[in-house]
Design a protein around this ligand. Sequence first.
Ligand SMILES: *Cc1c(COP(=O)(O)O)cnc(C)c1O
Length: 386
Amino acid sequence: MTLMAEPSAEGRFGEFGGRFVPETLVPACQELETAFADAWSDPVFRADLDHILRTYAGRPSMLTECKNLGDQLGIRLVLKREDLNHTGSHKINNVLGQALLAKRMGKKRLVAETGAGQHGVASATAAALMGMECKVYMGAVDVARQELNVFRMKLLGSEVEAVHSGSRTLKDAVNEAMRDWVATVETSHYCLGSVMGPHPYPYMVRQFHRVIGDEARAQSIELMGDVPDVVVACVGGGSNAIGIFSGFVDDRTRLVGVEPAGGAAVTRAQPGVVHGMRSYLMQDEYGQVQEAQSISAGLDYPGVGPEHSYLASIGRAEYPNVTDAEVIDAFQLLARTEGIIPALECAHALAWIVRAAPEMQGQTVLMNLSGRGDKDVAQMMEVLGK
Ligand SMILES: *Cc1c(COP(=O)(O)O)cnc(C)c1O
């Protein structure tokens, strides 16, 4: 029996998850649940997806051993290179899966939310590949902050709508995308960007990302003769982390998901309901959802996927947090020692490894390098000075 089985019929992982949506969205969630179950058990769908992942996204992604930095830290450090995927991160695994599923369901249009714009770009990419229309909702504040990604989405043929409600950021974009989906469900699929939202999203998105963990487990055994002692990943909504954890959850491997100090939903451990799910989330004393704050826009989500709350609650995975200052150091450290510029998101995972290395001497540590740092170079130029 695996710890990462299917959730219960109501989409619960322990006391987390579920489907907290208005009546009007229930049929759409049910249709998706059935369609995904059908597709996932169909060898033809799985072979089609596997083919696209290999010939378009560039899978399998390789493992890279970091000899220089590992020696410096006194550990054996290995990276899972999701940064080498097409569009530069793990996000492509999920969007290609959902777009292929949407097509199979006869949908002609994708709806997506995006914060920093990375999931929007990935969705626009998948839509272009599959010949579908795509509309991306993005908070007006983020539209102004992320000009380049807005332009990328337009180049890829997608429409970008700036959302002016609420705080005009990611959580408002999610609400608008859900509203669009309710109104257009006959023709549209909501391509959600992480392991969050109402059932079946947390389960479905995890299944689309398990390829990271399945590959990494086999590659670790080939490289090191065993599973690693520790697996580390950053956590925004938690999709890249759950993807790599899924390969090792039934092993002896220690699982560590690293959050930003300004968005430490699991550390606070206050359950609440947001965006259709029950999970740990950042809220004030009145239960109002708070804005997360982080140097990395991709981790600015106030909650965490329900399966992470579950893994934390049963003590199977741990969720420490790191400061922006530690992240800035880690970002430069990987560049200088290994010639790899990481995305600021996964620099969080490395920051924790640097901090914890004195207690992990001689251990094997596998880190998910969820994305490349090209998108963050201009921001870091401002932080560090030219
Ligand atoms: C979006 C993003 C994340 C955060 O999303 P998760 O669902 O927590 O994985 C992490 N790393 C990169 C490179 C991203 O683009």
